[in-house]
Design a protein around this ligand. Structure first.
Ligand code: NAD
Length: 494
């Protein structure tokens, strides 16, 4: 692959085996190999922070809060520092983008053009809240003055997944830090490196050492030690529903800590009979499952088609899905991502095989002609005749697999959309805005898109799930406010 972006990336990238604590890289024993999903090659080692390392990070965060004035300074000063951090992140987009791309599933072109600027802009969004919030003066009895005062919580423990490491990390640390907290963040053990660079840039921007710390390691050890640490005032987590439940239990067992949980999904896309532009709808529907090879929490993995438009939609989708350009993340023209690991690819394959053995029919399996040897890839797959009782319809697959179910009337379509224990997102497609709005009202999901699918750069719109897709919100005002606690003060007036 001489002459490609690959060669440049490989030469320049030497990930650090350790943590970022108290404004410094802290070396630690290599505990496991970190592989590039694109070709399976081990490109680094990562440590497994034990309870002592986690304790050191939490204490550094507490000490920084006590001595640096981060939580007590003029909020505009805090906002200015965060904006400077965002600027440094954006200026570093080539380096951060390469670091993000090499070890994750994000194609380098997208990481540089989208993930890094989106991370920076999210930090700017939350910085603006720093001095634009407050409590209330309450309607108390006349001889009392009642104040409700918002305060930072202290040290926030954040745990994030591998699928968009920088973006997911920033959605946790930016609102927490803007509200005056310190953060100890644990990235996924599969993508530990880009967030450390982000933490280093925070200190360069003037964030006091110890306000943003990164500890690396596995979930059941490092993650669990972080969640249970008595110095953590709140836990914010993004990841699978199963891990979210374990974290919620650990929060209850270790001091009744508040918790924000952004969990998995099995999001429906409902196409009603009156859609006019089938080409446009098919394009949007296919992107909702092809993006990041379906490894997106709100991937539109359940396609619900009104019988009147089912065949023309399927015909278009089969064509669109067959065209994806798979390849290693370091090639500039790759637009279809690898799967994060062989283990995850095998898990996708097991679910699909189970479905076909139970009677589901493969409508299309896309082409993987540019996939590199040793990498973990999974061809985009659409399954027809998938029953509501099948795992491929009920459980999050977290891969480029979409099932098709048909419905005969609008109520049945909405009922099918709700036939899931998840409730993260949904897309509805219709020319009748009344129907779209009714579906929006009746679908039990934290986000409903009408005639579009996926987030925009409108950070004011929160994301978060109903049912087993989570508790609380990332982004928006709600995410900022969940990093505050409220104190009531009553003052007697003589
Ligand atoms: P995961 O639950 O396996 O791991 C997520 C993080 O939790 C990792 O850092 C992991 O090390 C850590 N962890 C695992 N066990 C732990 C434990 N017992 N205690 C503390 N930490 C622990 O998820 P994943 O495979 O990394 O990510 C994919 C999942 O994330 C999918 O389910 C996806 O839907 C979800 N996700 C949700 C959103 C959202 O906004 N709702 C966004 C992105 C990803």
């Amino acid at each position: 692959m001489a002459g490609t972006i690959t060669d440049i990336q490989m030469d320049g990238i030497q990930p650090f085996c350790g943590h970022y604590i108290d404004g410094r890289y802290v070396e630690d024993e290599p505990a496991f190999d970190v592989r590039r999903p694109s070709d399976g090659v081990v490109y680094a080692s990562a440590p497994n922070a034990d309870a002592d390392v986690v304790d050191r990070a939490v204490r550094a965060a507490q000490a920084a809060l006590a001595s640096s004035g981060w939580g007590t300074c003029a909020p505009r000063d805090r906002a200015r520092t965060l904006r400077r951090w965002a600027d440094l992140i954006e200026a570093d987009k080539e380096e951060l983008g390469r670091l993000e791309a090499i070890g994750s599933t994000r194609p380098v072109s997208e990481a540089v053009a989208w993930d890094v600027p989106f991370t920076a802009e999210g930090i700017r969004f939350f910085a603006e809240f720093a001095d634009k919030h407050g409590g209330d003066v309450a309607a108390t009895q006349h001889d009392q003055l009642g104040l409700i005062i918002s305060e930072p919580i202290g040290v926030v423990g954040a745990i994030v997944p591998w699928n968009f490491p920088l973006v997911m990390g920033s959605w946790k640390c930016a609102p927490a830090m803007a509200a005056g907290n310190a953060v100890v963040l644990k990235p996924s053990e599969m993508t530990p490196f880009s967030i450390m660079r982000m933490a280093e840039l925070a200190v360069e921007a003037g964030v006091p050492a110890g306000i943003f710390n990164v500890v690396n390691g596995e979930g059941h050890s490092t993650g669990d030690a972080l969640v249970r640490h008595e110095g953590i005032g709140k836990v914010t987590f993004t990841g699978s529903t199963r891990t979210g439940a374990a974290i919620m239990a650990a929060c209850a067992e270790s001091g009744i800590k508040p918790v924000t949980l952004e969990l998995g999904g099995k999001s429906p896309q409902v196409v009603f009979a009156d859609v006019k532009d089938l080409d446009r709808v098919a394009d949007t529907v296919s992107r909702a499952i092809l993006a990041n090879a379906g490894q997106v929490c709100n991937a539109g993995s359940r396609l619900l088609l009104h019988r009147d438009v089912a065949e023309p939609m399927i015909e278009r989708l089969v064509r669109l899905v067959a065209q994806s350009d798979a390849g290693p993340t370091w090639l500039a023209n790759t637009n279809f991502s690898p799967i994060i690991s062989h283990k995850q690819r095998d898990s996708i394959e097991r679910v699909v095989t189970g479905a076909t053995q139970a009677g589901a029919k493969v409508l299309v399996r896309g082409d993987l002609q540019n996939a590199s040897d040793g990498g973990s890839y999974y061809a985009p797959t659409i399954l027809d005749k998938a029953g509501s009782d099948m795992s491929v319809v009920r459980d999050e697959v977290f891969g480029p697999v979409m099932t098709v179910q048909r419905f005969d009337d609008n109520d049945e379509g909405i009922a099918l959309a709700n036939d899931t224990h998840y409730g993260l997102a949904a897309g509805v497609y219709t020319s009748d805005m009344s129907l779209g709005l009714r579906a929006m009202r009746e679908i039990q999901a934290g986000t409903v898109w009408i005639n579009r699918y996926g987030r925009t750069a409108d950070f004011i719109i929160p994301t978060g799930g109903y049912k087993q897709s989570g508790i609380g919100k990332d982004l928006g005002r709600y995410a900022f406010e969940s990093n505050l606690r409220y104190k009531s003060a009553l003052i007697a007036i003589d």
